[in-house]
Ligand binder design. Structure first.
Ligand SMILES: Nc1ncnc2c1ncn2[C@@H]1O[C@H](COP(=O)(O)OP(=O)(O)OP(=O)(O)O)[C@@H](O)[C@H]1O
Ligand SMILES: [Mg+2]
Length: 300
């Protein structure tokens, strides 16, 4: 049996799990960002956003990118998704240069992208229907399976406005997953949710990831969220973004929120906070237009 059907879909068993070893290999792409730089604006008013950035998103891992607000995280997401091209360097997906968007890379953005006049179900089937690569009963069955999986089985006929923030994020996950992407890219998907919903969504998202370990790139500015989710934590500098440090997060899986209070998690947090604080201080110094000001603040 082929791992992928003619429509480019992975074969799943009755539990919605990949059925063979070859099936498990689907969704295990590698992304390599090699010496990438990106600037906006004109030559005389250049805004350098990313500079000489190197990151590898390893297959089957959850790589989390954390960085100060405005440092260039969404710009990096746009480069990997293929919405933008780097000025120098390259973005490779399984060794091939990314030249534009494709459904092998699905992005869930920080703002909701659900179509407001379509129901949850219609939103989920929208992409495959438009392309015509999954139709009829097969499409309906897959959409319903995913909606049940994300806990929205009872909400298929509701409109986005009738869903809570957390439900909207889960609908977006189903809408991305129906494309069976080789990599999921999440750009601060839980930003704006209240603390309790955010915590629950993190746990929910982890369960989904731990089920079949599809390659994931998750962007956040929240350090606890980053440590809780990550296999590999990439800490970015201030704008222009480059990699400050990569930390392997060796907390066991499956994870639960109690692990965040373990001594190991605390140590990861301390290390990451130290770097992020340093970056924030640099920003502060630049804003204040004086290194001395920052130095005196640090000594306080
Ligand atoms: N299309 C664009 N044209 C011009 N400047 C842009 C564009 N996209 C991003 N920028 C600039 O790039 C910088 C980084 O923006 P980006 O959205 O990538 O940061 P971010 O780290 O995702 O921020 P946040 O934490 O707020 O989500 C900002 O200064 C922004 O103004
Ligand atoms: Mg952003």
């Amino acid at each position: 049996m082929d791992a992928v059907s003619p429509e480019g879909r992975v074969n799943l068993n009755m539990d919605g799990q990949p059925s063979t070893e070859a099936d498990w290999a689907v969704g295990k792409s590698t992304v390599e960002i090699k010496n990438v730089s990106k600037a906006y604006g004109d030559e005389w008013d250049l805004d350098q956003v990313i500079t000489n950035l190197d990151v590898t998103v390893a297959p089957g891992e959850l790589t989390v990118i954390v960085g100060p607000s405005g440092c260039g995280k969404s710009t990096l997401v746009n480069l990997i998704a293929g919405f933008e091209q780097p000025d120098t360097g390259e973005v490779l997906l399984d060794g091939k240069i990314v030249t534009g968007p494709a459904r092998d890379r699905m992005v869930v953005f920080q703002e909701t992208a659900l179509i407001p006049w379509q129901t949850t179900y219609q939103n989920v089937v929208f992409g495959p229907k438009l392309r015509g690569d999954l139709k009829g009963k097969a499409l309906k069955a897959e959409a319903e399976r995913l909606l049940v999986k994300v806990g929205l089985g009872e909400f298929v006929h509701k409109y986005p406005i009738q869903l809570s923030g957390g439900m909207q994020r889960r609908a977006e996950l189903a809408r991305a997953l129906i494309n069976n992407p080789n990599i999921m890219i999440m750009d601060e998907p839980f930003r704006g949710l209240d603390a309790m919903s955010r915590g629950l969504m993190q746990e929910f998202f982890l369960r989904l990831f731990e089920e079949n370990r599809r390659t994931n790139l998750f962007v956040t500015s929240e350090i606890d969220e980053a440590i809780f989710l990550a296999d590999s934590l990439v800490i970015l500098s201030n704008k222009p973004a480059s990699v400050r440090k990569v930390i392997k997060i060796d907390l066991p899986r499956p994870r639960d929120y109690k692990m965040l209070s373990s001594p190991e998690a605390y140590e990861y947090k301390r290390e990451a906070m130290e770097i992020l604080h340093e970056e924030a201080m640099k920003n502060f110094a630049a804003d204040a237009d004086s290194g001395d000001f920052a130095e005196s603040f640090r000594k306080r």
